[in-house]
Design a binder for this molecule. Structure first.
Ligand code: PLP
Length: 376
């Protein structure tokens, strides 16, 4: 089977599972316990936290709040960061930010959504025009999960702070961490990441937070995660996450970036341009290739590919409700109406090969051609 749905989730890295196995079978203690075993575990967890931060920021500047997933990290940033005035975010955000912002709106904070460019990146001028002296939080995703467009969050955050230095800047980095070479600039206050997108486990995410930033707790209880997110730590999950991140970053994230870019380029090169148009930008994340197939339904193509041994994603939600049937993000990109049904997302990991790209292109060309012939 060829698995090209890595933006949805990745296969856990065996080496990361093995490295962390000790925390399942031997060091199973509660890291808050006062006896030596607990304290030693606590110290080891501190090491894992620093390591997770160190790949993209200075661990003396940034702390990390471990969460149950990227969605929780995003919710924490929105609800704890945007507590007054207005929140500015974008039409391209994953539901973890978008729906949380809508809920903040229902709770009395004004929420403003910036438009997108056709590739899914944010229209920065529009975003800045929405930001004013009452903006408590701006949230802009780093890599768009539907198109792979990269927002230059270091530059955008600097421009936001020029307009209002008191505004907090958050970015959802779930599709960027472990994939895109970058470091957090000095104007970014919070950054969300998720383990299962880079070979870790579902059930572990994190919010990186500037240490000097004071936030309200998100979950109250025993005071774990510096009092901001209580609950006994997921020791195994955190250690798998740290080991998986080490694997992605050891030897430089650039090497995998180039390898994946070659896979993406080969696949696009071999797709029949009479059948597919490219939605992902050329200079976006190589980990995502989103294409539109003319006159077919993405969901049908997904199932036909599955039958042929190719697993991919679509860009349209499986809903009979017309308003929800098409992707909000694709509509915000201004995608042609006749393509909205046929959006396919192919997403990669560093283990994918050129041969897989070649086979996948053959399958996609075959099934889309067959389906569009049937529709004629
Ligand atoms: N943000 C983005 C950009 C994503 O792509 C996803 C998952 O697809 C999430 C947030 C949610 O992450 P999690 O699945 O860890 O809750």
């Amino acid at each position: 089977m060829i698995y090209f749905d890595n933006a949805a989730t990745t296969r856990p890295e065996r080496a990361a599972l093995e490295a962390a196995n000790i925390y399942l079978e031997e060091q199973f203690y509660n890291p808050s316990a006062l006896y030596a075993e607990g304290y030693n575990l606590h110290r080891k967890l501190e090491g894992a936290r620093r390591s997770l931060v160190s790949h993209i920021a200075d661990p003396d500047e940034f702390g990390i709040i471990i969460t149950s997933c990227g969605t929780e990290a995003d919710n924490q940033a929105i609800f704890c960061g945007g507590r007054r005035g207005n929140i500015v975010t974008t039409m391209g955000e994953h539901a973890a930010v978008y729906a949380a912002a809508q809920e903040a709106g229902r709770r009395g904070i004004e929420v403003r959504f910036a438009n997108l460019n056709s590739d899914g990146s944010v229209d920065v001028d529009h975003l800045l025009s929405l930001t004013d002296d009452k903006t408590s939080l701006v949230s802009v995703m780093h890599v768009n999960n539907e198109t792979g467009a990269i927002n230059d969050i270091n530059s955008i955050s600097a421009r936001v702070k020029e307009k209002n230095p008191r505004t907090l800047f958050h970015s959802d980095g779930v599709q960027a961490y472990g994939k895109i070479p970058f470091t957090l600039g000095k104007n970014i206050d919070m950054y969300s990441v998720s383990a299962h997108k880079i070979g870790g486990l579902k059930g572990t995410g994190a919010l990186l937070k500037r240490k000097k930033l004071v936030l309200q707790p998100f979950i109250w209880g025993g005071g774990q995660e510096a009092g901001l997110r209580s609950g006994t730590e997921n020791v195994f999950g955190i250690n798998v996450f740290a080991a998986a991140a080490d694997i992605r970053y050891s030897g430089g994230v650039e090497g995998s970036f180039d390898k994946v870019r070659a896979v993406q380029a080969r696949l696009w090169e071999l797709l029949d341009k009479d059948l597919f148009i490219r939605i992902s930008p050329e200079c976006g994340s190589p980990y995502i290739l989103t294409v539109g197939a003319k006159g077919v339904r993405g969901e049908t193509i997904l199932h036909m590919c599955d039958d042929e041994g190719l697993v991919i994603g679509t860009g349209s939600a499986c809903s009979s409700n017309a308003a929800k049937r098409y992707s909000r993000v694709m509509q915000a990109c201004g995608l042609r109406a006749d393509l909205l049904d046929g959006v396919l997302r192919l997403s990669f990991n560093p283990h994918n090969t050129l041969q897989e790209a070649e086979e996948a292109a053959g399958i996609l060309n075959k099934v889309v051609r067959a389906d569009s012939d049937m529709m004629k």
